[in-house]
Write a protein that binds this ligand. Sequence first.
Ligand code: HEC
Length: 208
Amino acid sequence: MRYALLVALIAAMATSFASAQPPGAAEEHEDNAEIAVDAEVIASRAAAHKFGKTLKEALQQAIKAGGPANGITVCHDQADQIAARLSEELEMLVGRTSLKVRNPNHTPDAWETAVLKQFEARKVQGESVDRLEFFAVIDDDQGQQTFRYMKAIPTAGLCLNCHGEKIAPEVDAELKKLYPYDQARGFSEGDLRGAFTIAKPLPQKETP
Ligand code: HEC
């Protein structure tokens, strides 16, 4: 996909995000739309998996080479770049979000907030965090149908270096410098850290 197309995609997303409905409000979509949605779900699962794997590998490598303070560089400089590259490659908008964000650019919109809360509720009911996912087709104000997908991100031991209760002084100092509004601390292993979030505008409905 060309860059201009990605920009157009992001612009379309911005309008659809603004009018996003909470989960459950999305109407059942009729006819063969279901088949298209199945394909988007499969593509989204693959995209979330690829994004997570790429990030984790880069992070593990950086920490191994220079400790957690060095890992911050990967998260700070590379995470959003990896997301942008994958969005272009996979022709869907790929990102991460959370109810407690470190980078304010990752603040969830209304639809994402509702899904994250739904994930927390499902976790309380005993569902395993690494299996939580949700998707819906949402109409924006212009009637543009957008497929949206989220997949929960569990907190692993490695994550506690930078998202846990006790953070090493040099890591803490660097995080405070880069993220004065950091909320992404105090997590424990197994907590819902956040979610991968994916969006893709669907082809326009034919008007009879
Ligand atoms: C070396 C420190 C470090 C480690 C280890 C780390 N993170 Fe992060 N994490 C960060 C930083 C820094 C950001 C902000 C990235 C940015 O500015 O785009 C971040 C952002 C995130 C975000 C995006 C939402 C937000 O808060 O901005 C998620 C989700 C996330 N981390 C999950 C994890 C998970 C899951 C792990 C363990 C597998 C992990 N992190 C390990 C430093 C770390």
